[in-house]
Design a protein around this ligand. Structure first.
Ligand code: HEC
Ligand code: HEC
Length: 302
């Protein structure tokens, strides 16, 4: 039911009824004010001046009538031409979704003959083709931008930046392809119960000090012993993380949830569990290949 992009026929039916009833109601109101009984007959003991000027009824001026009439006519015309009446698509068959689908259909047809080629072509060849990269960007905008932001720069510190060169789950094309096809589910449990407030504070301070240094962890830091006990298994002895577990580097300049103390403390105390949905059934091989090529092109990194 892409026509008017409505969730279900049930709602479509209700919208149709409500719209029709309100248009009819407006028409009746306009009619009754000018031509209905109330406009014609004097009310009870109402004073009538000069035979036809009555005190109780003040017919609205004619310009009001014409304004209402024009807006009513406009509503009816609009509802005929554009989608507005439930799932009726409108005589012009206009719809944001429909427009997009038309464009996508044209684009699918354009690549139909080379679809299989694209799915196996070397990534360098795909990256070198500006037209294909523009198509890849369109697929990204359609499928991914809602979370990762328009240019993949991340969003709201909930959806990771995909163009900063830092890859939580690995940046090799095969890793990125797996992230897209199978999705990813990160598990970083909260440590407050184990570490206590003081321990959380020590590790928050250590993590903040590590951020962006790219240096080995300061072994004289008050939180170092706890790091080597509780964090090392996933984030590594040098803090560089482990892509197999989706544990990000804590020493690079990139960040998933923010580098401020409050965000770090929240991660350590409460935990995080980012989830990337699987796209395997939703995107075909060509789309996945185009996205991998687009995400691994070199001109997007800072
Ligand atoms: C079981 C593996 C595991 C252990 C142990 C672990 N982490 Fe994590 N950590 C992760 C994963 C996975 C993520 C990514 C979470 C996500 O993507 O939602 C993460 C994320 C983080 C982040 C967020 C980084 C950012 O860029 O926003 C911080 C900070 C962090 N961990 C610190 C620690 C500290 C300190 C410890 C020790 C107390 C620790 N972690 C122990 C797996 C682990
Ligand atoms: C519903 C929101 C959502 C959508 C839609 C989405 N993603 Fe994600 N994606 C996430 C989240 C959240 C993560 C981080 C998971 C984690 O914390 O480990 C992620 C992680 C990733 C990663 C791994 C990043 C890394 O550093 O290793 C890649 C690659 C990725 N997404 C690509 C895509 C592509 C390509 C699309 C579109 C086909 C897409 N995503 C659509 C939410 C989304």
């Amino acid at each position: 039911m892409p026509a008017a992009d409505l969730p279900s026929d049930f709602w479509a039916g209700w919208i149709l009824i409500v719209t029709a009833v309100s248009v009819a109601g407006l028409a009746w109101l306009i009619y009754s004010v000018y031509f209905g009984a109330a406009a014609q007959e004097p009310e009870g003991d109402e004073t009538v001046w000069d035979g036809n000027l009555r005190e109780g009824s003040h017919p609205a001026p004619m310009w009001w009538f014409w304004t209402m009439f024009a807006s009513l006519a406009f509503s009816v015309l609009y509802l005929i031409l554009y989608p507005g009446l439930g799932s009726y698509a409108g005589a012009l068959r206009w719809s944001q979704g429909g427009e997009l689908e038309d464009r996508m259909a044209a684009y699918e047809a354009e690549f139909d003959s080379i679809r299989d080629l694209i799915a196996v072509a070397p990534l360098e060849a795909l990256r070198a083709d500006a037209g294909l990269m523009a198509s890849a960007k369109r697929v990204f905008d359609r499928e991914c931008a809602v979370c990762h932001g328009e240019d993949g720069a991340g969003q709201a510190q909930l959806f990771p930046n995909l163009v900063d060169g830092a890859w939580q789950w690995g940046g090799a094309p095969a890793d990125i392809e797996r992230s897209i096809r199978d999705g990813r589910r990160a598990v970083m449990v909260g440590w407050r119960a184990v570490l206590g407030e003081a321990g959380v504070a020590r590790l928050t301070a250590l993590t903040a000090a590590m951020h962006g240094t790219g240096q080995p962890i300061d072994s004289t830091h008050a939180g170092h012993a706890e790091y080597m006990q509780y964090c090392v298994a996933c984030h590594g002895p040098d803090g560089s993380g482990n892509p197999l577990l989706g544990a990000p580097s804590l020493v690079d300049a990139a960040t998933l949830y923010g580098a401020d103390l409050a965000a770090i403390e929240h991660t350590i105390a409460v935990g995080r569990g980012g989830e990337m949905p699987a796209f395997d059934g939703r995107l075909d091989d060509m789309h996945v290949r185009l996205l991998v090529a687009w995400l691994t092109r070199s001109d997007h990194a800072p």
